[in-house]
Write a new protein. Structure first.
Length: 242
């Protein structure tokens, strides 16, 4: 059976990635869509990227660009760093690259270079790291940075959820362009939820793996999902982005 599985923010949690892929019983028949933020947080960012590169050789993989990946890409390509990045997990990513020997690996640079801003599938489902603000859809977004940083799309969906139906005049115009929208970036643990959340047509798959939460995989057809153990359990001697 062929499945399409969407995966939330990993944040250097390589062991959590291996665990949740095993729990979901991922096979080469599965299409895997990753929502970004592969690095920054736990100690194995470089190992995470290497595994994703290997995974792309056996599976149809789609990799979305997250804000942390954007920062890491600038560092790998240009040597450019900044205090905001380092304070938000970048320091751990630097250390993982320096210790692992992947710092000068061209495959890693190519991986980051080829990350997509967003992906729209054949059934008009949108996959994006953070969000967008244009009422005309993601393709008409004026500010590219919203792809990686916007939280208003999710906040709007939460506020409007259960209050309007899709045929209502009040239904947000931003959401009418796509059958479903899958995002990461804003951890569900911020809302006291440890599992993927749904509001209107938006699905949030970031279940807080960067912090005290788990890494999640969701089947976009059945909506069945699988989770790793909490990341502090997997990395008991580390603090992640706490």
């Amino acid at each position: 059976m062929k499945r399409t599985l969407v995966i939330g923010d990993i944040h250097g949690g390589y062991k959590a990635l291996l665990q949740v892929l095993e729990r979901a019983k991922v096979t080469p028949n599965d299409t895997l869509i990753f929502l970004g933020d592969y690095v920054d947080g736990w100690s194995e960012s470089a190992q995470t990227i290497q595994h994703l590169i290997e995974l792309s050789k056996t599976n149809n993989c789609i990799f979305i660009l997250g804000n942390h990946d954007l920062w890491c890409r600038r560092w790998l390509e240009l040597g450019a760093s900044n205090p905001v990045w380092e304070e938000n997990g970048g320091k751990a990513t630097k250390e993982s690259y320096l210790k692992s020997g992947y710092l000068t690996n061209e495959d890693h640079k190519s991986f980051f270079k080829n990350l997509k801003d967003y992906y729209i599938d054949e059934n008009n489902r949108l996959f994006i790291h953070a969000g967008y603000t244009s009422i005309h859809g993601v393709e008409k977004e004026e500010y590219e940075s919203n792809y990686y940083f916007d939280r208003t799309l999710w906040e709007m969906a939460l506020v409007m959820d259960k209050r309007v139906k899709e045929d209502s005049l009040l239904f947000p115009k931003r959401l009418k362009h796509y059958t479903e929208i899958y995002i990461g970036h804003t951890p569900t643990i911020n809302f006291n939820q440890s599992q993927p959340m749904n509001a209107l047509t938006v699905w949030n798959i970031d279940t807080g793996a960067a912090f005290t939460g788990k890494l999640s995989i969701l089947d976009i057809h059945s909506k069945e999902f699988w989770q790793s153990d909490s990341l502090p359990q997997i990395y008991p001697n580390e603090r992640g982005r706490n």
